[in-house]
Design a protein around this ligand. Structure first.
Ligand code: PLP
Length: 374
């Protein structure tokens, strides 16, 4: 048996919608994108959603839009994909890594205040694997020190913690529609914010800095347009949005299918004494990834053992500051990131997605237990 690490949940109806866009005249950013933005905004309960080309770009543009620039420090987590801290550097700022909680792998809010200096401008938490950080706590720290909060919500559209969804308490939340994310258009991203003037600015920033979109230029009589800021090219196309529109209607039932698989894994791994990150009582995890934590010395053997059984695996993540570029970048800094390092050396992600069959799910759990014990 071969079990893929991930299979998307795109259906014929989604493909039909893409076909309809392709048969129409207008392929780039237009009313299909607007329709998806409105649906995602309604789902989150936020005033504005601006779709862009990726979550990395969403983070980059948000940092710029909220005025983060050269010399500023942005507090973030090392237990994430490198895109998070890359975006901070690309915006001209400096990522300051704070260690994570042992139980969830999310940024340890108790350690944030010690990392604040007079150069700190923002906090950029990541809702790892779909479990939201404690946004009430993060917002209150930010308010006390007059900081911006931008969420890397690449793993978490569906999460709720203490009644709070992504984008509700932050200045902006950034989402990913990359090939393996919970909603996917192959590539894509979005920014959600209650600040409508920033949303308008972000639209402009994502389209060269010009003051009229292609849709406006197409649907209305020609008018000269102007460019008053140096923008980027980061808009989403109608083709991508067409793939996302049906998925957002199914988002909660897709999450529930993943929840069922996670509950099964948790039961099996509890019995076998295999550890995995905790989901806070009473919270809803977006259930983006299911990872197990094995002894640091055993991790690579388990990883290869599962691959030998034709089970797709991934490592999410080796701590960012241990990657070559960041080893150089942080040289000479004294950082105590031992929990992130420990998780990075222990973690293995296993197949968990709605299309995973019961037979595959049992095979994965049996194999994990045999390989870990063996
Ligand atoms: C996938 C991911 C990103 C980057 O998303 P893209 O849409 O590929 O740019 C950023 N942060 C985290 C935590 C991710 O998992």
């Amino acid at each position: 048996m071969k079990v893929e690490f991930y299979r998307h949940s795109i259906e014929e109806a989604d493909i039909e919608r893409v076909g309809a866009v392709l048969r129409s005249i207008f392929l780039t950013t237009g009313e299909v994108v607007t329709k998806f933005e409105n649906k995602l905004a309604a789902y989150l309960g936020v005033d504005n959603v601006v779709c862009v080309s990726s979550c990395t770009t969403a983070l980059h543009l948000s940092l710029l839009a909220w005025g983060i620039s050269h010399g500023d420090e942005v507090i973030t987590t090392p237990m994430t994909f490198c895109a998070t801290s890359n975006a901070i550097i690309q915006a001209g700022a400096v990522p300051v890594f704070v260690d994570v909680e042992e139980e969830t792998g999310n940024i340890n809010t108790e350690l944030i205040k010690d990392a604040i200096t007079d150069r700190t401008k923002a906090i950029l938490p990541v809702h790892l694997y779909g479990q939201m950080c404690d946004m009430k706590k993060i917002r209150s720290i930010a308010d006390r020190h007059n900081l911006i909060v931008i969420e890397d919500s690449a793993h978490c559209i569906e999460g709720i913690y203490d009644g709070i969804r992504p984008s509700v308490l932050s200045d902006a939340a950034c989402f990913s529609f990359y090939a393996t994310k919970n909603l996917t258009s192959g590539e894509g991203g979005a920014i959600a914010t209650n600040d409508s003037s920033k949303a308008e600015f972000l639209r402009k920033l994502s389209l060269h800095g010009i003051d009229r979109s292609a849709a406006e230029r197409y649907t209305k009589k020609y008018q000269h347009w102007d460019m008053d800021i140096l923008g980027y090219k980061a808009n989403m196309s109608n083709i991508q949005a067409a793939l996302l529109i049906g998925q957002i209607d199914r988002i909660d039932s897709l999450r529930e299918s993943r929840e069922d698989i996670c509950q099964y894994y948790q039961r099996r791994f509890d019995e076998a004494g295999i550890r995995y990150p905790k989901v806070h009582e009473g919270s809803v995890s977006a259930r983006h990834l299911f990872t197990i934590w094995v002894d640091e010395g055993k991790r690579d053997n388990v990883l290869f053992g599962l691959q030998d059984r034709d089970i797709g695996v991934a490592v999410n993540y080796r701590a960012v500051h241990t990657l070559k570029f960041y080893r150089e970048y942080t040289k000479g800094q004294k950082m105590d990131l031992r929990i992130a390092e420990m998780i990075g050396n222990s973690t293995i992600s296993i197949p968990m997605y709605p299309k995973l069959t019961d037979v595959e799910m049992r095979y994965v759990a049996d194999s994990v237990i045999e390989v870990v014990k063996g």
